[in-house]
Design a protein around this ligand. Structure first.
Ligand code: NBP
Length: 490
């Protein structure tokens, strides 16, 4: 009997996704370059109740074991390994068969592979898969883009293996070309923002509020029962409770403060810059990761600046702060900051969609992120509804419901940021979000002065508020005459 689908690449993601597919009753063939992983996966399938999963040691046997038109998911390291895997498998594929790359791939690589596959009569999907190991095994959020036919061929599988939420499975056909990978990339950028904002909330509560790990665990668990309910808040509450098995106290305090990264956050910020979309919260989270990496330099800087006379803030003075009120303020600051961060991610998607003609449905994307993925959160339902109310919404901040929430939270938000600045605790994500909000909501900015400067030194011209056209002024000449007239000397 032939398998319904195949999967090549049996590391963390591939192995778990294959077991998920088999568990849903779809017979699946699996293959991996190193055969030990094939044996491992087959053994797992047997131990998990004899799931219909069939291992193959040769690429030819693997491909020929799948019913036509074939659908083969690839889950190998992004980049060259994907090309090599495609090369290996496509020798045995036939026109009409489809390749589905489930890795975190750069969207332009997918677009190139779509063209190459098409020249061989093959269909191609670039499918973002989020949720890590657990998501892959028990229900990820899936973001497939590329060939609609390739999607149709496996839609019944994808809708069964994806996370299920109140309004359906967390999968939708995202759009043509590299749309699926691009959406996954922005998802990861938003994830960077969320994690940064949560770490800032932790820092303020810990340093300014003096909260213990037990109190932090309780606070985050409480937050997870309200508007901040999300996977990341939930796991954060858990983290504070984990004891260090090698010593006293909790493990979180023993972890080196140096953040790793794999590149999707950087791509998001690069794309934002390419498209002239402001994404300051996501950029701040990326910068914070870079600065965290300079551990030795930061330690040296701390010493140098102490010797130069910087006084470490006397945090005891902040302890007069009402703890309960601080916790409530930080909750509100985190929520408002998050809205700004999602607004930036969504606007990046909107802009790319317009450039590429992907016709992305932002409300539907918020829906498929409600379950399975790392940024899954209660408030994504509100984002979905905001875009349902107005598909062309300029910015989440001006959706009437979010606008009301931002206004309700802004006093607390400003108190938290103010307190952090006073205490010398950097909150780059919260500050970036607040600056984004304060910039976006102002009808008049000091950009008039920047325009004047540009025209002064570069004759770049400017527009006026009171009449149409493009203007240039001989600024230095007039200023010199003015100084001469007033007696001011330069
Ligand atoms: P890895 O990204 O660690 O890749 C390991 C797999 O790639 C193994 O199956 C390995 O085969 C295969 N591989 C490599 Br490396 N070079 C190869 C080559 N030249 N030819 C054929 N196969 C090759 O696996 P992963 O962590 O499961 O992630 C898979 C994809 O999913 C990646 O794009 C990742 O970014 C993405 N992703 C991962 C997560 C996560 O939580 N880990 C979450 C979401 C998305 P071998 O066994 O023979 O060495």
């Amino acid at each position: 009997m032939l398998s319904r689908i195949g999967l090549a690449g049996l590391a963390v993601m591939g192995q778990n996704l294959a077991l998920n597919i088999a568990e849903k009753g779809f017979p699946i063939s699996v293959y991996n370059r190193t055969v030990a992983k094939v044996d491992e996966t087959v053994a797992r399938a047997a131990s998990e109740g004899g799931l219909p999963l069939f291992g193959h040691r040769s690429p030819q046997d693997f491909v020929l074991s799948i019913s036509r038109p074939r659908s083969i998911v690839i889950l190998v390291k992004a980049g060259a390994p994907v090309d090599q895997t495609i090369d290996t498998l496509s020798r045995y594929l036939e026109p009409g068969d489809a390749i589905i790359d489930g890795g975190n791939e750069w969207y332009e690589n997918t677009e190139r592979r779509i063209r190459e596959a098409s020249a061989r009569g093959l269909l191609y999907l670039g499918m973002g898969v989020s949720g890590g190991e657990d998501g892959a095994r028990n229900g990820p959020s899936l973001m497939p883009g590329g060939s609609h036919q390739a999607y149709d061929n496996i839609e019944n599988i994808l809708t069964r293996i994806a996370a299920q939420v109140d309004d359906g499975p967390c999968v939708t056909f995202v759009g043509e070309g590299g749309a699926g990978n691009f959406v996954k990339m922005v998802h990861n950028g938003i994830e960077y923002g969320d994690m940064q904002l949560i770490s800032e909330a932790y820092d303020v509560l810990r340093i300014v509020g003096g909260l213990s790990n037990a109190e932090l665990a309780e606070t985050f668990a409480e937050w997870n029962r309200g508007e901040l309910e999300s996977f990341l808040i939930e796991i954060t509450a858990d983290i504070f409770g984990v004891r260090d098995e090698h010593g006293d106290g909790e493990l979180v305090d023993k972890i080196l403060d140096k953040t790793g990264m794999k590149g999707t956050g950087k791509w998001t910020v690069q794309q934002a810059a390419e498209l002239s979309i402001a994404a300051p919260t996501i950029a701040a989270s990326l910068d914070s990761r870079y600065l965290s990496g300079l551990k030795e330099e930061r330690e040296a800087a701390a010493k140098t600046l102490e010797q130069a006379g910087i006084s470490s803030a006397d945090f005891a003075t902040f302890r007069s702060v009402d703890k309960k009120r601080l916790i409530d303020d930080v909750r509100q600051a985190l929520y408002a900051s998050k809205i700004c961060s999602y607004a930036q991610g969504m606007n990046l998607l909107k802009s790319k969609s317009a450039e590429k003609g992907w016709n992305l449905n932002l409300g539907e994307l918020a829906r498929i992120w409600k379950g399975g993925c790392i940024i899954r959160a209660r408030f994504l339902d509100r984002i979905k509804k905001a875009y349902e109310r107005n598909r062309g919404l300029a910015n989440l901040i001006v959706d009437p419901e979010f606008a009301k929430e931002m206004v309700q939270r802004q006093a607390a938000w400003r108190r938290v940021v103010g307190l952090a600045i006073e205490a010398g605790i950097s909150t780059p994500g919260m500050c970036a979000s607040l600056a984004y909000f304060d910039t976006y909501r102002r009808a008049r900015l000091p950009a008039n002065l920047v325009q004047a400067q540009r025209d002064y030194f570069g004759a770049h011209t400017y527009e006026r508020v009171d009449r149409p056209g493009s203007f240039h002024t001989e600024w230095s000449k007039i200023a010199r005459q003015g100084r001469a007239g007033t007696g001011i000397r330069s």
